[in-house]
Design a protein around this ligand. Structure first.
Ligand SMILES: Nc1ncnc2c1ncn2[C@@H]1O[C@H](COP(=O)(O)OP(=O)(O)OP(=O)(O)O)[C@@H](O)[C@H]1O
Length: 472
């Protein structure tokens, strides 16, 4: 067991792809570890009998690595407290349940689901909060043996002494108090022999030397139970910080079960790690700095005291804002890789830098870049309906004048539009709109002064001839 060093962790259950809710929890833990020179640990919580664990465990590691949330201990990288997948730690949990049994703090419970349900119903009807009555704790050794002889399924329950108060200082929510009388004896091993989530989770945090647990406030009610377990086992109790969940537009928490948009999906669409990083670090947490920050800067300024106390609402407009900021900062090489195969195939090497400079302010995703690559370098220019209309409105005489103006100005947009202004007497929108429509097929886009040299004289000429044909 390592002690002392500041250590946070992310402990997902690999039951689906990570969404922005769980990713933000991972990020907050990572920022805290990096900001305080501590360690960040990744643990895979795969004890429940759900299929697909391996696939999702691999996917979540890929996601975290892509986002730059490298773990100092965990799968692949190893560390002194492994193994880091709970499915490989069964013996350890057994050992700690035996400790509780030996201390007479855990006992087998043979109550059936039906019996428990009836008990809860009766308690609720009597206006009391439902909790296990502790009935099986009173069984004598002989009665226990008799039930075992009948092969009755049994869970293992942890005995919670009545009349105590569990107190802890939550890193976000401040002082917390829970009465043990409200908790009741709870299950630490299911009847199929698998250990319960909060048992393994608490034991692992202690054994792995985690000093700060930052997790969603969906876990708040587990915390007093986990503190009681760790105290009973004589294991160190970490500090806890419960952060409000990220909710969707409908106000419901993002969840794997409800098919919230996954990080993998956002990555495939071309969202950049810096955009996600900056968006999530500010989702329910305040930074003074308005601009894009590096991960190290985000970490240095992260503070649990600035985590908001109400649920954070996922807002795609904000995410797009950070995406725009992140696109601005991509190096030419990174931009090129991000832009993808279609753009790489269309844009000649000699035009790389000029093309990036031209389109960068107008693109958010690789599909946008590819669209401009087709507009500039494609042979077949598609005309939007707006562009068709603008060309028709400008009329035949406009394009008859545009051809010699192009001849004169060649690939300089200032020269071409200047010559066209003289020839047609038009200026402003009435000049630029049909010209852009004919040359790009669109009414908006990157500056024509940047685009025309890339489109080049030959292609531009063909496009004006085609526009002329459209005016007939
Ligand atoms: N919507 C959310 N917002 C913020 N944190 C979340 C959200 N959903 C889950 N978490 C947190 O992510 C961490 C990892 O959780 P885990 O992968 O086990 O997901 P989960 O709790 O099973 O969620 P899900 O509902 O998506 O299955 C936990 O600390 C959990 O509190």
């Amino acid at each position: 067991m390592t002690a002392g060093r500041f250590k946070t962790r992310f402990a997902p259950s690999p039951t689906g792809l990570l969404h922005l809710g769980n990713v933000r929890t991972a990020l907050f833990n990572h920022l805290l570890a990096r900001g305080r020179g501590g360690a960040f640990l990744l643990r895979i919580e795969d004890t429940d009998a759900v299929r697909g664990h391996d696939r999702y465990a691999a996917a979540l590691q890929e996601d975290l690595a892509w986002l730059g949330l490298a773990w100092d201990e965990g799968p692949d990288v190893g560390g002194p407290n492994g193994p880091y997948a709970q499915s490989q730690r069964g013996e350890l949990y057994e050992r700690y349940t035996r400790v509780l049994e030996a201390r007479e703090l855990a006992y087998p419970c043979f109550c059936s689901e039906h019996e428990l349900k009836m008990e809860r119903k009766a308690q609720l009807a009597a206006g009391r909060p439902p909790r296990y009555s502790g009935r099986c704790r009173l069984l004598s050794p002989a009665e226990i043996e008799a039930r075992r002889a009948r092969a009755l399924p049994a869970t293992l329950r942890f005995h919670v002494a009545d009349g105590r108060t569990v107190e802890f200082e939550d890193g976000v929510r401040g002082a917390q108090r829970f009465q043990t009388t409200d908790i009741g004896d709870f299950v630490i091993r299911r009847s199929d022999g698998t250990p319960a989530f909060f048992f393994c989770n608490a034991v692992d945090d202690a054994l792995m030397g985690v000093t700060l647990v930052v997790r969603g406030d969906d876990h708040l009610a587990n915390t007093p139970r986990q503190i009681l377990l760790l105290e009973a086992l004589g294991l160190p109790v970490p500090t806890y910080a419960h952060i409000p969940l990220v909710v969707g537009a409908d106000g419901a928490p993002l969840s794997k079960r409800t098919g919230s948009r996954s990080l993998a999906e956002l990555r495939a669409a071309g969202y950049l790690p810096a955009a996600i990083d900056n968006y999530l670090a500010r989702l329910g947490h305040t930074y003074e700095e308005p601009g894009l920050l590096s991960h190290a800067q985000l970490a240095a300024r992260f503070d649990l005291a600035r985590v908001h106390h109400s649920p954070a609402r996922y807002d795609e407009t904000q995410l797009l804002h950070w995406q725009r900021e992140a696109v601005k900062t991509l190096s030419a090489d990174a931009f090129w890789r991000w832009a993808g195969g279609e753009t790489q195939a269309l844009v000649p090497a000699s035009a790389h830098d000029a093309f990036i400079a031209a389109v960068r302010p107008n693109v958010l995703f690789p599909v946008d870049v590819a669209r401009w690559a087709r507009v500039v370098f494609g042979d077949e220019l598609a005309l939007s309906s707006g562009a068709r209309e603008a060309i028709a409105d400008a009329g035949r005489s406009f394009f008859e004048a545009a051809l010699p103006a192009l001849e004169e100005g060649r690939a300089s947009f200032a020269a071409v539009s200047g010559a066209l202004k003289i020839r047609t007497g038009r200026s402003g929108k009435t000049l630029f709109k049909p010209l852009r429509a004919a040359l790009t097929g669109e009414l908006d886009g990157p500056e024509m002064a940047h685009l025309l040299p890339l489109i080049g004289y030959e292609r531009a000429r063909a496009r004006l001839v085609r526009a002329l044909a459209h005016t007939r």
